[in-house]
Design a binder for this molecule. Structure first.
Ligand code: FOL
Length: 214
């Protein structure tokens, strides 16, 4: 194989890059969550996207929502005996596989190009850090896009997990991240997205897309 697929990180983060507190999301933003569901579910007829997540993120998703429906769920855990089956809801909607590292987790997409569409890394801190690190070899999978929902206010000081500051020079390799226009964001996701500052429950946020050429 001479080119591995490219992956997209999707994340909601405060200005200090806080993403979670006490094993859950620090906020409850239903429209923002709908955006997450719509972006990660949108695929051509007959295809599904892959959502790759760490074991802690899997456990943070309410049982009634996991596996995330209409998406192929991949959970990463070093524990090959991790009991996914015992912890998933009893329906046939959605599918879930366990992989023991990010590289093999992402290989699911390359292995099934006719049934799978896009690959999303949905967290948490460990997978965001690993996947933002520049690929060690040209045959390694890599992240070239971040769909960032920037939580503008309040600060959510209770956050106890953070994503790396991918916009700070040198933290995610030698390449430069550039912010896309709102039109480019909408074109990529394939539906209309509200532009500028949004507000829900007193929380202000903005939908952004960042890309790098790799
Ligand atoms: N990215 C963004 N932009 N916002 C997030 O909240 C987010 N959350 C995670 C990863 N990336 C994100 C990880 N945490 C669900 C819950 C927690 C979670 C991810 C997903 C979840 O229950 N999702 C349902 C939506 C249910 C609803 O509509 O309320 C889904 O079907 O996607």
């Amino acid at each position: 194989k001479f080119l591995m697929s490219r992956y997209t990180i999707i994340v909601a983060a405060t200005k200090a890059n806080g993403i979670g507190a006490k094993g859950r999301l620090p906020w409850r933003l239903s429209k923002e969550m709908k955006y997450f569901a719509q972006v990660t579910s949108a695929a051509p007829e007959g295809k599904q996207n892959v959502v790759v997540m760490g074991r802690t993120t899997w456990e943070s998703i309410p049982k009634k929502f996991r596996p995330l429906p209409k998406r192929s769920n991949v959970v990463i855990s070093r524990n090959r005996e991790y009991d996914l089956a015992g912890k998933r809801r009893g329906t046939t909607d959605g599918s879930t596989v366990l992989k023991d590292n990010l590289k093999t987790g992402l290989s699911v997409l390359d292995a099934n190009p006719t049934t799978l569409h896009r690959g999303f890394i949905i967290g948490g801190a460990t997978l965001y850090s690993e996947s933002l690190a520049f690929p060690l070899s040209p045959t390694d999978p890599c992240v070239d896009r971040v769909l960032l929902t920037r939580i503008l206010s309040p600060d959510f000081h209770e956050c106890d997990v953070f994503m790396p500051d991918f916009l700070k020079e040198g933290t995610t390799g030698p390449t430069e991240w550039k912010r896309s226009s709102h039109a480019a964001l909408q074109e990529w996701v394939g539906f209309e997205v509200p532009e500028g500052e949004q507000e829900e429950n007193g929380v202000k946020y903005e939908f952004q897309m960042w890309v790098r050429s790799v």
